[in-house]
Design a protein around this ligand. Structure first.
Ligand code: FAD
Length: 302
């Protein structure tokens, strides 16, 4: 499995394929986990989720942006999505990757783009989550977040449990809204736990620390062992349900998503859409061999 994971992570970073895939439309089974390439099809999925008592965090897909022009284009798309959320009155916020809006071009330029996005979202009372990318972007991402938090409270980020430093990062972000995850990228042993056992143990440890801090927490996982442990912990420690939510990705464990919402837990589904689906989809294939079977089936049936 290690080799397969490495292979798909490597594919996710292939820029030629990332660029090519924008012209293909949703292929290789991606339509199961990506809610279309335009706002209208994405909104259809969001409304269906809302009808089941589930909110959405919308990702206007994009990454590996190395020019100002592309970054500005991505920012405009995000602003248009915010406007659509407001106009259509859906229960949704947005997730944004900083490399999409210029982190690899220039930090200050990226901060200005982000400021514009968070400012527009604040006018509509919409929260903006900054997704966490690979370790090489982590410090810049946290620096930009801390700048934004001086002016806004409708912005937060993601803490990856596979990183040794995450416990310290949690301490410095006690009041911010945070999403806790295991971590989706391939990082070296100098900075991150490598075994599933160690990552799971740290994930649960960080969740427990975090649920006793003041900020709102999104626990983002498809792992029923973790979800069961969280349910038990919040019950034993009388953590009010308004202080946290569960999150899963669009198209994954949809029955369990609905069950958790029906049980009265706040629930948000991560809804990616757009033409830039390739890198996102390859990381999902890296995470789970069953997803690879799904992709292979769709390749032979088309
Ligand atoms: P895994 O370790 O993948 O799975 C654990 C166990 O759960 C499996 O062995 C299996 O028994 C069960 N299981 C898992 N999936 C399924 C399934 N589909 N069907 C049936 N059983 C299943 N990562 C980042 O690095 N940065 C981010 O910003 C980020 N944002 C995310 C947002 C959301 C909403 C989610 C859900 C994930 C996000 N991730 C992010 C990805 C995350 O870091 C993990 O890579 C990903 O969620 C896989 O880990 P897992 O916790 O779901 O459990």
């Amino acid at each position: 499995m290690g080799l397969t994971r490495d292979f798909f992570i490597a594919l996710s970073k292939n820029q030629l394929l990332n660029t090519g895939a924008k012209k293909w439309g949703l292929k290789l089974g991606a339509s199961k986990v990506v809610a279309g390439t335009d706002i209208d099809s994405m909104m259809k999925s969001v409304k269906e989720l809302n009808a089941n008592g589930i909110g959405a965090t919308i990702d206007n897909l994009g990454e590996f942006v190395y020019s100002k022009e592309e970054a500005l284009h991505a920012k405009e798309n995000i602003l248009a999505t915010l406007e659509a959320i407001q106009q259509r009155g859906v229960t949704a916020h947005m997730s944004v990757k900083l490399t999409q809006i210029g982190l690899d071009v220039d930090d200050k330029f990226c901060l200005e783009n982000m400021r514009e996005i968070v400012e527009a979202a604040a006018r509509y009372a919409i929260f903006i989550n900054i997704d966490m990318e690979d370790y090489s972007h982590l410090q810049q991402t946290l620096d930009i977040l801390h700048e934004l938090l001086k002016e806004y409270d409708n912005v937060g980020t993601v803490i990856q449990s596979y990183l040794y430093r995450s416990e310290k990062d949690l301490e410095n972000l006690q009041n911010a809204r945070l999403r806790l995850v295991k971590g989706a990228y391939k990082e070296i042993a100098e900075v991150s736990y490598q075994s599933k056992q160690d990552i799971d143990a740290n994930f649960l440890k960080l969740i427990k620390i975090r649920l006793q801090q003041p900020g709102f927490t999104s626990i983002a996982t498809h792992d029923h062992h973790i979800i069961d442990a969280v349910k038990q912990f919040v019950k034993e420690n009388q953590i009010p349900r308004g202080r946290f939510e569960f999150q899963m990705l669009y198209g994954f464990r949809t029955d369990m998503q609905k069950e958790l919402a029906d049980e009265g837990f706040a629930f948000t589904t991560y809804v990616p859409f757009g033409q830039d689906w390739y890198g996102y989809y390859m990381r999902r294939l890296a995470e789970r061999p069953q997803n690879i079977n799904l992709a292979l089936k769709s390749m032979v049936s088309k």
